[in-house]
Design a protein around this ligand. Sequence first.
Ligand SMILES: Nc1ncnc2c1ncn2[C@@H]1O[C@H](COP(=O)(O)OP(=O)(O)OP(=O)(O)O)[C@@H](O)[C@H]1O
Length: 599
Amino acid sequence: MQAGSRCKQTDLMAYTQHVTFLDAPVYCKASVKKASEKGQQIKERDKIKVFCRVRSLPDENDISCMKILSNNTIALTPPATSVGTQTGKYREIHCTFHHVFEEDVTQETIFEHTTLPLINEVFKGRNCLLFAYGLSGSGKTYSMTGEPQNAGIIPRSLDVIFNNIMHLQAEKFVFKPDKMNGFEMQSEEDARKERQRELAAYMKSARPQKFIQRDDSTEYGQQTSHCAQIENINEDSIYAIFVSCVEIYNNAVYDLLEHTSDYGSLKHPQRKLIREDSAHNMYVHDVVEVEVKSSKEALALFCKGMHRRRTSFTFLNRDSSRSHAVFTIRVVQAVLHRFGGAPEQKEAHYVSQLCLVDLGGSERTSRTKNTGQRLMESGNINNSLMTLKICLANLRENQMLGTKKLVPFRDSKLTYLFKNFFEGESCVHALVCVNPRDADFDETIHVMKFADTVKEVQVLHPSSTVQNPCFPLGRREANQIFHDALQKLEQNNQVHSSEGISSLSSDFPCLKLKDPIDDKLINNLAVFLEHRNEQYCLLRQAWVQKVTKYFTGLDFNIKQKLKKRTLSQNTKLAFCVLVNEEANITARVDEGVVYLMKQ
Ligand SMILES: Nc1ncnc2c1ncn2[C@@H]1O[C@H](COP(=O)(O)OP(=O)(O)OP(=O)(O)O)[C@@H](O)[C@H]1O
């Protein structure tokens, strides 16, 4: 058979083994082979996996038009009211998927089939996308977010990730976004300074905001702790997790985490641009990307983002999403150096991401009865979903027939942002949500056609996996054993600790006086110095405690040997504290020399 030709319906049945819509273009297997023979380098490709979740009937008076025939096939029977039935266009239609979930399926099962395999891929260093598609009210948000007592895909993903890497996390700010969709590695010292700056800023801002502080993660606090194993966790690596949350509303991208520290404010997020990085990945420029250290912290941010996502009442769903929501989890990892210590800055680190997308629901205006703003929103949602359909249909045709049809990714922000998932190397899963009621039949048919296209689209199999250098395995554990032993020796006073004291937090504020009557500078400086002084007192107290503990743990004979030492002011202070505590020892400080004596 010639490349580019269409096959007979009988050939198609043998290939796809399911009933395909009569007005959809159909392609045969032979053309796939022919097309790939043309290319110089034949790269392995994977088809997008499409899952289908059939929700329960929303109302007991509703009648179902669907029957689940097996774990991958459903049958749709057109109701008498359907336009297709009246014109004789539709009889019973069978649709196949990678997997079909019945209405009583648990959120856990949905997560384990659709998302857990993608998380495994992400930890191999690959980029993954999962999107939920369906009519308004079909259960997309329910699947992606879930409910407080019944968490969906996103809270479970965070739970699994942190349950697996909790003990392997890098110190905060060791990896830092470089604003060009990449990350740079900082020295331990720089990372520590940045942590101190963050603490100082937090302490400064937390005080007046106490009354509006809320813990959004508790919305999902009751959820099960999902402890599935991720296959590709390397005990000799360190990991850092970054999250961001955007919505595409009326074909514009908004950062849902912008100004979240300013929770009480009703400031609206600004529009963002989509850019392409040096590896041809698309990204939202200048998006707030937060390094999170626990699933609780990540969930709190996700919930804050979702509170800002635009939703509203419609006739199909009383809390209908008016935008596409994109929650991105980026994993940065680097291998420990050969002796198990922190990786050095020059060493390679790997970045991969899991994009979890809750698409807005397609809706026919005649059914929603939307007007004004709602009508504009649904028009934009429908347009972007139409562009997605066209892109995937053209991609499928190009892949199967070897044609060179333009794939109009740029026509909508939604498709432009995900361009590289479809064109580059990635793993893509789609979760098609359907409502089985017969009133939805005519629109559900369009959803099924879309699913039929998507499952034939192929994406390049990701080849770039995390490289593991030939360093000894078990380095982290060996390093830990070594440090424990060292600590024991220190406790026995056989080794002198060289540990220094931490610095005093952030840099001074700007001291340039621009206006002689502006007393803001003095006020700022006063607040800064007050805060710095508080920190100094805390550090001093902590240090004194540490030194005291160290000396009280010493054997009496060793203490005797310390009778004469040249010591700093701070150490003298620590001695005095010690001596006060140990009534039978006195100390005399003379010209920087401390004399300890037993009474
Ligand atoms: N599988 C399910 N089990 C129980 N309740 C469900 C299920 N799916 C959806 N629901 C309920 O149906 C309602 C609508 O679902 P949801 O908001 O998830 O729809 P949606 O597809 O996201 O709609 P939209 O596109 O308008 O935002 C919600 O109240 C949700 O709790």
